[in-house]
Ligand binder design. Sequence first.
Ligand SMILES: [Zn+2]
Length: 246
Amino acid sequence: MHPDTHLVIQLQALDQRAGALEKEVAALPKHIAAIEKTLEGRLKKLEADKAALAGNQKERKSIEGEIQMSEQKISKLRDQMLSAKTNEQYRAFQHEIEYLEKEIRKFEDRILDLMAESETLDTNVKKTDAALKQEKQVVEGEKAKARERTAADQAALDEIKNERAGVVQKLPAATAAAYDRIFKKRGGIVVAEATGGRCSACQIVLRPQYFQDLRRGDHLMFCESCGRILYYNPPVNVEDGTRLAM
Ligand SMILES: [Zn+2]
């Protein structure tokens, strides 16, 4: 194997680790945004329930006012009834009182409905409030975890960057440049092993002469099809752990 092969394999491994870390760093804010969105939805529901509860109480108050007014009217009519001069007048007052009493009953029915409704709303508000408090805690915990993770990833990335710079320094400039070029062109997979007489990345069958040159390892070689750096790892002799000459 050409001596630079080990360096490019090392570079590839470092870049793959860095890629995974960068992906994680990018995904964490999305995760936080998603759980915050759930929280926001619950908060909106709570606000809607609170508004409904306030509306319920407002209507109840206004109906209680109406009842009071009707009762005042009735007591005034009763006073007037006492001074009624004719039966007709008396009956007219009586009709009006009956009408108002019917109205009061309607108002009272509505109040009962409102009371039942407010009970449900009140329970919902209390439940959502409690759930929200718990969820907020969970979100804060997740956020703290994400911050810690991001910091750890960032530190690991810095370390990889240093290590990478050290590896690049050992490589001939042209090889380092070729590596970068292939990295961009081939979606981050720069190095491939030749197995079964093929490039394991693009599966092209290698020419016998090319394969022989690769095995000799005099030069760093590139796949004639996909352009990746190819290397050949001779099979290990399982009995004594040495590489077979082949
Ligand atoms: Zn290839």
